[in-house]
Design a protein around this ligand. Structure first.
Ligand code: ADP
Ligand code: ZN
Length: 746
């Protein structure tokens, strides 16, 4: 019997500690069990990561308590967490913390117990009851069983009265677990598998073959697939049928979708297929809009094996599905799969690693695969599957690019809407079809400027201009949330010009113009300013679906995965916004965004049309998107990346130093660079760039300097960086962050 265990504590110490297991707890402690242990003069929570024979330490203290009963972290997930800590250079305790939802990790987390009233069988005649008691008994008898609280409000009675019935042996009142089901109020009609078209059948065939292969070739990677299918090509149907096959093998599946597309629509498609029929299983849903209680219950349904399918955002990659047969990563190119705080993992990449550890098949799906993924597919790391046509024989929408430089010349000053876009909107309104308009910036204007002295209202905490929001008459920082009132005149003491101007365009201003241009249209704006409450998102989309909105205007929120048959026109107001970012992925992002947004048009019977307004209409990202030519875009973009040795032709680690004193930060960055040069001298093909000020030099009052490292292979560099963090000494008020495979370079 093991009586010593190794425990990772929840406090970041980059170290593990040994503890004794008291005999009375011995049978419950295994790898992955959460425990409370003494540490110094206090007690902390931790996770058992190993059972050990003996400890180098003479005096060991004992585990105090076990949290949550069964081992919450399965050995497979523990292995994944360790891999993550190594690759992304973060302490194991930080990695472990992120694999369990907060709602599960908490010491007092638990199922919600409620008192229920059950009717007991009554032999022979009813006992003598008052009129009131009889009324209440009738209700209970009809329901057979109901929560006490509901009975009390239904019968307008008190617990006392119900207890009387209990005394007479007619009912039983007792606690019972009442599961919180976030989709309880949804009516979901079961769906049947669709007959697949040729391309879909071929893709499914390859996935199924890999699923069938797994048992005979244990230890060998069964396979990761990249499913490249244009928008509307029926990728989801392929996922659904692959999952069905996985269930038949007695295994479970994880489906990752970007947080933003975890709409009721998406979840419903999975629930509808698996809620009935012979494969009946629960579908658990994990995302940030659930209450803590709901998240706890959903998670435990998976841990108990009752839900064998999980649909969730990024962190669902850690869901304790056992045995796991399939992981699907939909919209695999989405940046929200990357966590922007430690551990800075990429859920798509972890999915591939987890698949390899557990012998599960991994399917990455996208209409616009990340360059990294497509490159991996061409290298043979993933098998490439293609769905080049829309599933329902719809044609791809016609995309027109409008040169806004010419519009500006015609119009003296830059109009928000080109003549073409105005005409097309008018057309749709007349034909009672719907329009979606897209601008990736909220607020009214992107900055407030004085035309006389050149003053621009800046955030005092960040190096960005403040955005003007007309709705609440405020200037807002989109980085740190700083808000201030709008000055009535230029605040510069020497200037005081009363005619300050707004420059740049936001959704609020587009809305204002739309209302003037189309006074009879029903227009709704959807961005994070208009979505104040949880249900707003569903309500607006519901109104749009049922035709109560003619024109839906929004930020990227409306770009993803939504399906509205009556939308025949999509307008992109300002396609250049994402193009001129200081990031080597700016072109790729623009291409992805335009393709996804264009995919919203023409999902119904009428052909769709897309109008793209741009000041750089001949940019390759725009031109290839116009022609729906992913491969063309890929080839020219990879050439550019090759020249500069950017991913996918290299791996990047971004080191950011931050602190409030700019000089100290800069000196520290120089110091880190020297350390790196000494330590990494023997590393081949290493490119070190910087230190340089971050594109966003100051954010939330911190100055930031960056060093960018580019290498062929990340793991050896990860190991060196981990060593560096341990041995490096920096001033107390300067911190070093390491981002492996960064998606955000600002
Ligand atoms: P994607 O996920 O690739 O964007 P979807 O799975 O949403 O595409 O499919 C687009 C539309 O085509 C959906 O309405 C879907 O029901 C329909 N569809 C998918 N596969 C088929 C099929 N084999 N036959 C007919 N319709 C299909
Ligand atoms: Zn700010």
């Amino acid at each position: 019997m093991n009586s010593i265990v190794r425990v990772t504590l929840e406090i970041a110490l980059r170290k593990e500690f040994d503890y004794l297991v008291p005999p009375e707890l011995a049978r419950q402690v295994e790898i992955g069990t959460r425990v409370r242990v003494p540490f110094g003069s206090r007690q902390v929570l931790g996770t058992v990561t190993a059972l050990v024979e003996s400890s180098p330490h003479a005096t060991l203290r004992s585990i105090v308590k076990i949290i949550g009963g069964t081992a919450l972290i399965t050995p497979n997930v523990l292995a994944l967490a360790r891999w993550m800590a190594g690759y992304y250079c973060c302490p194991v305790e930080v990695a472990l913390k992120s694999v369990l939802p907060e709602a599960v990790r908490k010491e007092d987390a638990g199922w919600r117990e409620r008192l229920f009233v059950h009717a007991l069988p009554v032999q022979g005649d009813l006992p003598k009851l008052t009129k009131r008691q009889l009324e209440i008994w009738t209700i209970i008898d009809e329901w057979r069983e109901l929560p006490l609280q509901e009975l009390l409000s239904l019968a307008e009675t008190t617990a006392e009265t119900v207890r009387r019935l209990e005394d007479k042996g007619m009912v039983h009142v007792g606690p019972r677990i009442s599961e919180r089901d976030p989709y309880a109020r949804e009516l979901i009609l079961p769906t049947q598998a669709l007959p697949l078209n040729e391309d879909q059948a071929a893709a499914l065939g390859r996935i199924v073959a890999a699923l069938d292969l797994v048992p005979s070739t244990a230890g060998h990677q069964p396979g990761a697939f990249l499913l490249h299918g244009v928008t509307g090509s029926g990728k989801t149907e392929v996922y659904l049928q692959a999952i069905a096959h996985t269930l038949q093998q007695g295994k479970g599946a994880i489906v990752l979708v970007p947080e933003i597309s975890l709409t009721p629509q998406t979840v419903e498609r999975f629930k509808a297929r698996f809620c009935a029929g012979p494969l009946h299983t629960l579908v658990a849903v994990l995302h940030s809009h659930l209450s803590a209680g709901e998240r706890h219950d959903e998670w435990h349904k998976i841990r108990q094996g009752r839900a064998r399918i999980v649909v969730g955002a990024r962190s669902a990659v850690f869901a304790p599905v056992e045995p796991l047969g399939l992981i699907i990563v939909d919209e695999e190119h989405e940046h929200s799969y990357k966590q922007e705080e430690a551990p800075r993992y990429h859920a798509r990449d972890l999915a591939v690693i987890r698949g390899r550890f557990e012998g599960a098949v991994v399917v990455l799906g996208s209409a616009t695969p990340a360059l990294e993924s497509y490159h991996n597919a061409l290298q043979g790391k993933y098998a490439l599957l293609g769905l080049p046509l829309r599933a329902d024989d719809k044609t791809m929408p016609l995309v027109r690019v409008i040169d806004m430089r010419q519009e500006a010349r015609k119009d003296k000053g830059t109009p928000i809407f080109s003549q073409k876009l105005k005409d097309e909107i008018m057309n749709r309104l007349e034909r009672r079809e719907q329009v979606m308009l897209f601008l990736n910036r909220r607020g009214y204007a992107s900055s407030l400027q004085c035309p006389v002295c050149g003053f621009v209202a800046q955030c005092p905490n960040c190096s960005v201009a403040l955005t003007y929001h007309r709705g609440d008459e405020r200037l807002l920082c989109h980085i740190c949330g700083f808000a201030s009132r709008v000055p009535q005149q230029c605040p510069e003491a020497k200037c005081r010009n009363p005619a300050i101007r707004y420059a740049g365009l936001g959704t609020e201003r587009v809305e204002e113009t739309l209302v003037k241009l189309f006074p009879d249209a029903r227009i709704r704006r959807m961005d994070s300013d208009t979505l104040k409450r949880k249900e707003d998102y569903r309500r607006i989309l519901g109104d749009f679906r049922t035709g109560r909105i003619d024109i839906l205007l929004g930020t990227q929120m409306i770009a993803k995965g939504l399906h509205f048959p009556n939308v025949t026109l999509v307008g992109i107001i300002h396609a250049d916004l994402s193009l001129h970012q200081p990031d080597f992925r700016a072109g790729e992002r623009t291409f992805q965004l335009l393709t996804q947004v264009a995919g919203r048009a023409g999902r119904g019977d009428v052909e769709g049309e897309v109008v793209v307004q741009s000041f750089s209409p001949f940019h390759p990202a725009i031109q290839y998107a116009r022609r729906h030519d992913y491969l063309g875009f890929y080839e020219q973009e990879v050439e550019f990346r090759e020249q500069l040795k950017y991913p996918p032709l290299s791996r990047v680690a971004l080191l950011t130093l931050k602190g409030r004193n700019e000089d100290k930060v800069r000196f520290s960055a120089e110091h880190v660079r020297k350390e790196l040069e000494g330590r990494l001298a023997s590393m081949k093909n290493l490119v070190v760039a910087g230190p340089a000020p971050a594109p966003l030099l100051r954010a939330e009052t911190f100055y930031r300097y960056q060093i960018m490292l580019r290498v062929r292979q990340m793991p050896p560099l990860s190991r060196e960086l981990a060593r560096l963090i341990k041995e490096l000494t920096l001033p107390d008020d300067v911190t070093l962050m390491i981002d492996v495979d960064p998606m955000n370079l600002s």
